[in-house]
Design a binder for this molecule. Structure first.
Ligand code: NAD
Length: 260
């Protein structure tokens, strides 16, 4: 049980982050949700989660592509909860374009959100984790941390890089009861994937149906999308005592994608 733990899941108003928040709430952790979106809709998500699992659920809005906003988020957690035991860096975005047309400001934004935000949350969470001698850092990377696909230069660079960050932090914290791991999902049908289908169709000159069949599902030998509860289950295991020696790893949940 994670009853005495406080968990931040960045980008948890939707998709994988929300799935992981649900799994940790089920274990009794106090949950801090974060993300963008309509405040009224987010309040419904927050209240439902708190009611379903009878655990405290907070929401703190912060645009994590900005360093000052990350710092402010971590300060607010300290003020509201006084501790942070579990840090799940999940907020992320995708953009699909041939590199010669890739907008430089999109590249900067993707690196800031998918990579640098995790550096900042980790550096600010570690002192408290060290003081308590326990911590779990889980970075949601991607199969694209291990292999590449065309037209996703910023995303693939950010995901390979977060693996390096994960390994470095794991080594630094190994004697402090703190683990750091990367979960590497294959394709999950979230808004992030839905939104890239038209651009992928354009970049490859094929139909949207062909993108799903010949690009997305073709990558996964299981021929099905991964579901968010599968990522919640792994995150939950990584937070357990049984996972205390698992650190510095990349754990694919990709239906066999990176096996071929
Ligand atoms: P999603 O679009 O459903 O959710 C993204 C979340 O991040 C949302 O809560 C959104 O509000 C939040 N967010 C976006 N920009 C933000 C910002 N600037 N500041 C704070 N929060 C912000 O996407 P998802 O598919 O659930 O992706 C979650 C993570 O999983 C990402 O890091 C993504 O790269 C990774 N991932 C997704 C897939 C997939 O197939 N969906 C596969 C591998 C890895």
């Amino acid at each position: 049980s994670l009853q005495d733990k406080v968990a931040l899941i960045t980008g948890s108003t939707s998709g994988i982050g929300l799935g992981i928040a649900r799994a940790l709430a089920q274990q009794g952790a106090t949950i801090i949700l974060n993300g963008l979106g309509d405040p009224a809709q987010i309040e419904i998500i927050r209240a439902n989660l708190a009611a379903e699992f009878a655990t405290p659920v907070h929401f703190i809005a912060a645009d994590l592509s900005k360093t000052a906003a990350v710092e402010d988020l971590m300060q607010q957690i300290d003020a509201q909860c006084g501790r942070l035991d579990i840090l799940v860096n999940n907020a992320g975005m995708q953009f699909v374009s041939p590199i010669e047309d890739f907008p430089p400001e999109k590249y900067d934004l993707i690196i800031a959100l998918n990579l640098s935000a995790a550096f900042h949350t980790i550096r600010l969470a570690v002192p408290g984790m060290k003081a308590r001698g326990w911590g779990r850092i889980i970075n949601i990377a991607s199969a694209h941390a291990l292999v590449a696909s065309p037209f996703k230069s910023a995303y693939v660079a950010s995901k390979h890089a977060i693996l390096g960050l994960t390994k470095t932090v794991a080594l630094e914290l190994a004697e402090h009861g703190i683990t750091a791991n990367a979960i590497c999902p294959g394709y999950v049908m979230t808004p992030l994937v839905q939104q890239q289908i038209p651009d992928t169709a354009k970049a490859r000159g094929i139909s949207e149906a062909a993108v799903i069949r010949d690009v997305l599902l073709a990558a996964q030998p299981t021929k099905r999308f991964v579901e968010v509860d599968e990522l919640g289950a792994l995150a939950s295991f990584l937070c357990s005592d049984g996972a205390r020696s698992i650190t510095g790893t990349a754990l694919p949940v990709d239906g066999g994608w990176t096996a071929h």
